[in-house]
Design a binder for this molecule. Structure first.
Ligand SMILES: Cc1ncc(COP(=O)(O)O)c(C=O)c1O
Length: 461
């Protein structure tokens, strides 16, 4: 099953609050300290911090590192580091040597580790045999690279709901489609836009449709395979921003039928500073190098412009690469490949449903959404507390409850502003703040952590 399929099957439902003494979906005891939250909560509650359980144990390489007592509900910004990543880095550190630049044993080992990492990440993403897997710094870097590789005269189609990383790198004449009201409407909008762009042409101009797999604001999943099919019907290509989808569900380029995929290591339980652009080789090999310098060249002559650029990933990876980042990311990819991802997904969906149910019941809290309330989504929820400044709420959650989450417009200003306006209409509240809060969960998240947030939201100031 592809990531989208998994996303589709995992619809959030509204469960009953857990009974005291019961187990959460990961088999951890559900906190009995926090009472189920409802709109009719008594006026006074104990504000003392609730003890937080450790991350669920027993998954070995996919245990996440963290600081005891700190509740990380900000996985969508940066996920904690998985043990697999930390171990891979620790193992390689004594072998520290140059990559692609030395004949010594250390250097050869590092070069091999780097190229193996490329292979493993490519396998994880289900690349086709002739696709390139290019290491970048992050998703932003990957999408900027793809923008630079657009053939001349190429057009881009995207949605106003995208993260800035998938809005801003594209040419100024990019078609930015309005935020659709449903997954089906998104597919229809792409179809209509491409028909319009192709009208009166011979259909050969390059067009790229670039869309996210899961929204960083709402967690909602986009109909990736259907969008890619719509693009291909019109002879266009499809780029998937999988920064938020890949940490939660399988992303397989071949199965989804997409042409390019971009991910960030730091959202995939690996360290900062590594990302990937994977996909069709032809545009990438024809484009000027994204970075110029050592490693991107085949030959350099005496004259300034006498340069033969390399083909393949090296063309866009000038300079000494981020070996440890690549190896750490590959280790996480391997660990994720060898576990039952459907089970992980189901566990996360149950926790997400608990979080959303609690948020829906908390006083004055309004959730943000683009599609219907039951549309498939990954472990991300954005919301506002009516009458409260979101930055102040976030600061209070951090200071008083040791809960880390995100506030603001989440680098998706057009979407976040629109959803805030819609939330005001839907809730009938005139006192919604101009920015939002976002809670996001993943591998190390527990019911107790979610309950702590719900308890904090239910506690009067
Ligand atoms: C959907 C989406 N795309 C792209 C990005 C950019 O990722 P990075 O900051 O790792 O480049 C993010 C980051 O939050 C994101 O959520």
């Amino acid at each position: 099953m592809t990531g989208l399929g998994a996303c589709r099957t995992g619809q959030a439902r509204t469960p009953s609050p857990p009974a005291p003494g019961s187990l959460d979906p990961g088999g951890n005891p559900v906190s009995t300290i926090v009472a189920p939250v409802s709109r009719t909560l008594p006026a006074r509650r104990v504000a003392a911090p609730v003890p937080v359980d450790p991350a669920p144990a027993g998954r070995g390489p996919l245990d996440v590192l963290g600081v005891p007592g700190q509740v990380n509900l900000d996985y969508a910004a940066t996920a904690p580091c998985a043990r697999a990543a930390a171990d891979a880095v620790a193992e390689l550190l004594p072998w520290y040597g140059s990559v692609h630049r030395g004949a010594g044993a250390l250097s050869r080992r590092c070069t091999l580790a780097y190229e193996r990492a490329r292979q493993r990440v490519g396998d994880f993403l289900g690349v086709r045999p002739d696709d390139h897997v290019i290491f970048t710094r992050n998703t932003t870097d990957a999408l900027n690279l793809l923008a630079r590789a657009l053939p001349s005269g190429g057009k881009v189609v995207t949605f106003a709901s995208e993260h800035h990383a998938n809005l801003l790198p594209w040419p100024v004449d990019t078609v930015r489609l309005p935020v659709p009201g449903s997954a089906d409407a998104a597919v229809r909008a792409v179809d209509a836009a491409l028909r319009e762009l192709r009208r009166g042409t011979d259909g050969s101009a390059p067009i790229l449709v670039a869309v996210t797999g899961a929204s960083n604001v709402t967690g909602e999943c986009w109909p990736v395979a259907d969008l890619a099919r719509a693009a291909h019907r019109h002879g266009a290509r499809f780029a998937l921003d999988a920064a938020q989808l890949a940490p939660h569900a399988e992303v397989d380029i071949t199965a989804l039928g997409v042409d390019y995929v971009a991910v960030s290591g730091h959202k995939l339980y690996a360290p900062f500073g590594v990302g990937v652009l994977a996909g069709r080789a032809d545009w990438l090999d024809a484009a000027p190098p994204y970075l110029v310098g050592g490693g991107a060249t085949r030959t350099v002559g005496a004259a300034t412009h006498d340069v033969g650029w390399a083909d393949g990933p090296g063309r866009h990876e000038a300079g000494t690469p981020n070996l440890l980042g690549a190896v750490a990311l590959a280790a996480v990819c391997e660990a994720l490949t060898s576990v039952d991802r459907a089970a992980l997904h189901a566990r996360e969906q149950a926790l997400l449903a608990h979080l959303r149910a609690g948020i829906a019941a908390a006083p004055d809290v309004v959730e943000l959404r683009t599609f219907g309330p039951d549309s498939p989504r990954v472990g991300i929820v954005s919301f506002v507390v009516a009458g409260r400044d979101s930055a102040q709420v976030a600061a209070e959650l951090a200071g008083r409850w040791q809960i880390g989450l995100r506030d603001g417009l989440f680098c998706a200003h057009p979407l976040a502003r629109r959803l805030l306006a819609e939330a005001a209409v839907r809730s009938g509240r005139a006192d919604l703040p101009p920015t939002a809060l976002r809670a996001s969960i993943g591998l190390g998240s527990t019911t107790q952590q979610v309950d702590r947030l719900l308890s904090a939201l239910a506690t009067p100031r």
